[in-house]
Design a protein around this ligand. Structure first.
Ligand SMILES: NC(=O)c1ccc[n+]([C@@H]2O[C@H](COP(=O)([O-])OP(=O)(O)OC[C@H]3O[C@@H](n4cnc5c(N)ncnc54)[C@H](O)[C@@H]3O)[C@@H](O)[C@H]2O)c1
Length: 395
């Protein structure tokens, strides 16, 4: 079955790969986005960010003529399916904006047509799907409303869009049936739930990961405070021991999703989420912890510190909510100078080359564990919480 689809927020990190995947499966797809720069970049056949595997897909869908991007909302009326995947960040006081998706949908109201399927795909504050339903009914719209959360990880979109089971929920039976048929274009396995279950499933997924990273980071700090290499302990625990294979290594648990979704869940539960809030303290506290440990052995005020990797994770160009930037802020206050580099990041003109950082730094820190840094042989100490260089994690 082929659909005519508009993805709202369709030039973003998850909207664009989704739109491209549907177009590659023969659907006619328009990425609608309010960012004209991103729309122009996409229409020129270029990705606005790194996503492995995107190049060949982009080439195919351009040749097939199944994909384009637009800032013109009139394109929405012609489509059978509208998929909303706009950003849903928390504010500077960690409050979720429960209106982010309802507001985006309200802006679409003049372009909606009876009989369309509206799929919400952003990670939403629980209750948003029913709220959108109520508001659209009040405006007299007769559309089917589904909530089908996105669960891909950036950098794995073009494998995971086809391999992950899709959670499908809706406010009517026909919404569920239509969304099931839609996502059948991409993936074989569908898990059906109510909207409330699906909203929690997505938040619990990210929160679970965030708590696991926090547990590992706190255990790392305990071992490290006793001068014990956590990676040796973790190896001892996990080696051929199936009940512990999911224990993560220590590192910066950052990026645009895990932290903010844990805060969304805390707000939803009346700010009563001890594990989530504790995880935030541990994960967000790791840069400060590392610097305070360094200060025990080094006079940072006399040193140039180099940070290798500014993206929020390995092999990514995404610096949103990256803890490397928090690390930089702390070090700028404490050190003589801070030099930062990242071969993937193209959006920060303050970054310098890897060679300059290696030549000029008195001490190095691995911010994002990009594989290229494995091969450096620095003559200065390296603070490597990730154990990327294999020399242990003790600071
Ligand atoms: N980034 C991830 O790895 C990931 C994974 C799963 C789910 N999610 C969720 O997906 C959603 C989108 O995240 P993202 O990382 O792609 O965000 P993003 O900021 O990269 O993309 C959002 C896009 O929406 C556009 N936009 C904003 N308001 C709009 C409007 N009213 N109409 C049309 N376009 C609009 C923006 O210009 C941007 O291009 C969030 O809810 C996020 O939690 C993200």
């Amino acid at each position: 079955m082929s659909f005519k689809i508009a993805v709202i927020g369709g030039c973003g990190h998850v909207g664009l790969p989704l739109a491209m995947a549907f177009a590659d499966r023969g659907c006619q797809v328009i990425s609608y986005d309010i960012n004209p720069v991103a729309v122009d970049v996409v229409n020129s056949g270029t990705m606005p960010f790194l996503e492995p595997g995107s190049g060949s897909v982009m080439q195919r869908i351009r040749e097939a003529g199944t994909f384009s991007a637009s800032t013109n909302p009139n394109v929405l009326t012609e489509c059978d399916v509208l998929i909303v995947v706009v950003g849903t960040p928390v504010d500077e006081h960690l409050n979720p904006d429960a209106e982010a998706v309802p507001n985006a949908v309200a802006a679409l109201s003049p372009y909606l047509r009876d009989g369309q399927l509206l799929v919400l795909r952003s990670t939403v504050y629980p209750g948003v799907t029913r709220l959108v339903h109520r508001r659209l009914v009040a405006l007299g719209h007769k559309v089917d409303i589904a909530f089908c959360p996105e669960r891909i990880a950036e950098g794995r979109a073009f494998t995971e869009l086809y391999s992950l089971p899709q959670i499908v929920s809706g406010t009517s039976e026909s919404a569920v049936a239509r969304a099931t048929e839609l996502f059948g274009c991409l993936t074989a396995e569908i898990v059906e739930t109510t909207p409330e279950e699906a909203e929690l499933a997505k938040l619990f997924t990210n929160t679970w990961r965030y708590i696991k990273f926090a547990a590992a980071n706190q255990l790392y700090m305990i071992a490290n405070d006793y001068g014990i290499d956590f990676e040796k302990v973790r190896h001892a625990i996990t080696f051929n021991y199936p009940r512990a294979t999911d224990m993560p290594g220590p590192g910066f648990a950052a990026g645009p999703c895990l932290f903010k979704d844990t805060m969304q869940l805390a707000a939803y539960n009346n700010n009563n989420f001890t594990l989530g809030n504790a995880s935030m303290m541990v994960n967000e506290g790791l840069p400060l912890y590392l610097v305070s440990r360094m200060e025990k052995n080094f006079d940072l005020s006399q040193m140039t510190v180099g940070i290798l990797g500014m993206a929020f994770k390995s092999e990514s160009d995404d610096i949103r909510s990256s803890l490397s930037y928090k690390l930089r802020r702390i070090l700028k206050f404490k050190a003589k100078e801070v030099l930062c580099t990242d071969e993937y990041v193209v959006t920060d003109s303050s970054l310098v080359s890897l060679t300059e950082v290696l030549d000029r730094s008195d001490i190095l820190m691995i911010g994002a564990p990009h594989p290229g840094y494995r091969h450096i042989s620095p003559k200065v100490p390296v603070i490597d919480v990730w154990n990327l260089l294999g020399n242990g994690t003790v600071v």
